[in-house]
Design a protein. Structure first.
Length: 329
């Protein structure tokens, strides 16, 4: 077999493995392998009410990418298990959250089809994936900064699963929270998560478009605003300036704004793109979203009436950053 054919076989099988990683997370395989050791395939399928033949094939796809090893019906962690376990939410975002978007690429790229709400994603799946992404890569940057701030009422734009608000209110008993998201699926996930955490009396989840906020009574008193993984929705530039100005107006008591997002990569060769970055940039190009570079962001803040108090690099996706903004005098 030629090297070209071998490479294409590997690409083909690893594409299937990407879906298998996401599915393995959902059915609890990563947790079982991490905490209980070797897994009996038939027993695992029976215990979880799964079709045994499908489970066998799922583990074969994972074994093709060295995520697991298989022998005599037993499955064990493979050489790539730890890395796949840590990055499983990235695969979930791509396959479950954006599965329909990527599977309909030929239609979505045709300019005649790119009008109105021309694509669909699974907002609930994206919220679940982003909750894990936050925990793995964003919270280690976010928490040391937010722990130094004094606040009593926090709002989260694009709140997704609500996990950030839950975390902040749990660690600060006197703090109230307000989640704002446009996607109905995310609101359902966040509302359920807040209720399960026993925090419905302190956290409210509402529907709203972060790019077109209007004054509301519940916005009064918000002194900390956070927004993760949606800053690019404010762009292009003129709209970003307008949105950031509007945020100042509708949150009159704001003291701190922590705005974290991926920025467009400019320094990586095609073969060297880090995990998640290519999928993230590809998906947003298809959706018609503009991803600004880090350098494009900085002058926007001053024009919109914000002082850049600091910026903190985040590793996944590559060239992500958390901006610490305060209202300019």
């Amino acid at each position: 077999m030629s090297r070209t054919n071998a490479t294409m076989t590997e690409v083909y099988n690893h594409a299937l493995a990407a879906w298998a990683i996401s599915a393995a997370w959902e059915i609890g395989a990563f947790e079982e392998l991490r905490e209980a050791g070797p897994l009996d395939t038939d027993a695992f399928a029976a215990d979880r009410g799964l079709d045994a033949r499908s489970v066998h094939e799922l583990f074969r796809a994972l074994a093709a990418a060295d995520v697991v090893s298989r022998e005599h019906g037993k499955v064990r962690p493979g050489p790539n298990f730890d890395e796949a376990d840590r990055g499983k939410s990235l695969f979930h975002w791509m396959t479950r959250g954006c599965g329909e978007l990527f599977s309909t690429l030929p239609d979505l790229m045709r300019t005649d089809n790119r009008t109105g709400s021309f694509y669909r994603r699974d907002a609930a799946a994206i919220s679940v994936a982003c909750r894990e992404i936050n925990a793995q890569w964003w919270n280690p940057v976010f928490l040391p900064v937010v722990n130094e701030l004094d606040f009593t009422y926090v709002a989260d734009l694009g709140c997704g699963s609500g996990e950030r608000l839950i975390q902040l209110t749990r660690t600060r008993p006197g703090v109230r929270g307000l989640g704002i998201d446009m996607a109905g699926g995310a609101i359902d996930v966040a509302t359920k998560s807040v209720a399960e955490a026993g925090l419905s009396d302190r956290i409210r989840i509402t529907q709203g478009d972060a790019t077109a906020l209007e004054p509301r009574p519940e916005y009064a008193g918000v002194d900390l605003l956070t927004s993760f993984m949606m800053g690019h929705d404010f762009w292009p530039r003129a709209e970003a300036v307008a949105s950031l100005r509007r945020i100042r107006e509708v949150f009159p008591d704001l003291k701190h704004f922590l705005l974290a997002d991926a920025t467009r990569t400019t320094t990586y060769a095609d073969r060297d793109m880090p995990i998640f970055s290519m999928a993230f940039e590809f998906a947003h190009a298809v959706m018609g979203d503009y991803l600004p570079t880090l350098e494009e962001w900085k002058p926007v803040f001053e024009e919109a009436g914000w002082h850049l108090a600091g910026h903190h690099p985040i590793s996944v996706p590559a060239d992500s950053v958390m901006f610490h903004l305060t209202p300019a005098e």
